[in-house]
Design a protein around this ligand. Structure first.
Ligand code: BGC
Length: 412
């Protein structure tokens, strides 16, 4: 009895997949990420990506054809405002066509307004650390509201917690580059003040809470504009690391939870929903994050195979916010599609169990629809659909039909 109840989803539940503009569109030349791809050694270029800028209708047809009912995609600020204060009506019309296409196919559009990338001009004038950054973002959001008629779900910003970590890294790199160039001019030798030598696993630095507050302000300003000009439900999506404390790690976990997640979850107070994005769990000891040990089950991005992470993530988000939840990302980087189905089955079981315990969840959007550009790398494949990088031919994997089947039945 409980098993059946726990694996049945409401008939209004949204089922689908997520993407981000820079990762699939191709030719996003006006963005800061594009500029950096050319500069950072070892990073692959996004290039034409999946050419979804031109092939979005085909992408959406695949999703809808499989039986899914929702598609999360983003609007690229760098295209809407290619120069400061210069807005492109043609690009606004492009994204409006995407919204219309989704609606015509019976896909509920979930529209993200910012997914990591900024216009290059914005980055060059100080990015999110400039005094008027929030005003500039709000002005862009105002413009976008012109095309949001009929859109029910808007995500203002994707993973502001990851973004604040990346913003701090960018700031620190700029400081180091500046120090290096002054040392060079002085004929002296420069060594990095922050990079440790020695065989330590690469760990992400904790996001800077001051930068985090900038994003909270940006989100609130965007929400105000969206509420005044649209009827959409407004929220943002937070990367959830599904922390689990090792004995003695409880206090450290609370500290990390605040800096990585809860500050941003607190920022969602007053929203209509919160987006949960979850991939793996993260153990915390008294010293901090425990690196993922090498294991044959690890994913292609080196994280542990933990389908149960999603359940942990939605429960934590529910406890902190009490808001309705939309799972805006969950998935696995793997070359073995049967692993993807197994992982997603486990994740949905955890989700259903949380819902049975009273957590309100409105939908599940898998990351990702396509094998796409994973921020500097093409090898980690997260897609329900493979994409030939030369011809852009799409080949659905069995997991797409599988997810569509779950969507049609509303049942695992
Ligand atoms: C991001 C995506 C990314 C995915 C997998 C999320 O952090 O929103 O853009 O591709 O994780 O790494």
């Amino acid at each position: 009895m409980t098993d059946i109840a726990a694996t049945t989803f409401p008939s209004t539940f949204l089922w689908g997949a997520s993407t981000a503009p820079h990762q699939i569109e191709g030719g996003n030349v006006g963005s800061d990420f594009w500029a950096n791809e050319g500069r950072v050694p070892g990073m692959e270029r996004s290039g034409d990506a999946c050419d979804s800028y031109h092939r979005y209708a085909e992408d959406m047809q695949l999703l809808a054809g499989a039986g899914c009912t929702a598609y999360r995609f983003g609007i690229e600020w760098a295209r809407i405002e290619p120069e400061e204060g210069l807005f492109s009506n043609a690009e606004l019309a492009h994204y409006r066509r995407m919204i219309d296409t989704a609606l015509e196919l019976g896909l509920t559009p979930v529209v993200t307004l910012h997914h990591f990338t900024n216009p290059r001009w914005f980055a060059e004038r100080g990015g999110w650390l400039a005094d008027d950054a929030v005003d500039l973002f709000t002005r862009y959001v105002e413009r976008v509201t012109r095309i949001l008629d009929g859109v029910e779900w808007v995500v203002t910003m994707n993973e502001p917690n990851m973004l604040s970590m990346m913003t701090a890294m960018g700031r620190d790199m700029a400081v180091r580059a500046q120090a290096a160039s002054s040392a060079e001019q002085d004929g002296g030798e420069w060594t990095s003040p922050t990079v440790d030598n020695g065989p330590r696993p690469v760990q992400l630095p904790t996001p800077d809470p001051e930068i985090g507050q900038v994003f909270v302000r940006a989100h609130h300003a965007a929400r105000e504009v969206l509420r005044a000009r649209t009827t959409a439900k407004v929220g943002w999506s937070v990367a959830n690391r599904a922390y689990q404390a090792r004995p003695g790690g409880e206090e450290k976990m609370r500290e990390l939870s605040w800096a990585w997640e809860d500050l941003y979850l607190a920022g969602s107070a007053g929203d209509d929903f919160v987006g949960v994005q979850s991939y793996s769990v993260q153990y915390v000891t008294a010293d901090g994050i425990e690196p993922y040990p090498d294991h044959p089950d690890n994913t292609l991005v080196g994280t542990a195979y933990r389908p149960d992470a999603l359940g942990v993530a939605v429960r934590h988000t529910h406890e902190v916010t009490g808001l309705p939840i939309l799972v805006t990302e969950n998935g696995i980087a793997t070359g073995d599609d049967s692993r993807r189905i197994a992982y997603t089955t486990g994740a949905l079981e955890g989700l259903a169990a949380a819902m049975a315990d009273g957590v309100t969840v409105h939908g599940y959007l898998h990351w990702s629809l396509l094998d796409n550009y994973e921020w500097g790398h093409w090898a980690p494949t997260f897609g329900l659909v493979a994409v030939d990088r030369e011809t852009f031919v799409r080949t659905p994997k069995p997991s797409l039909a599988w997810l569509g089947g779950v969507a049609k039945r509303g049942q695992l």
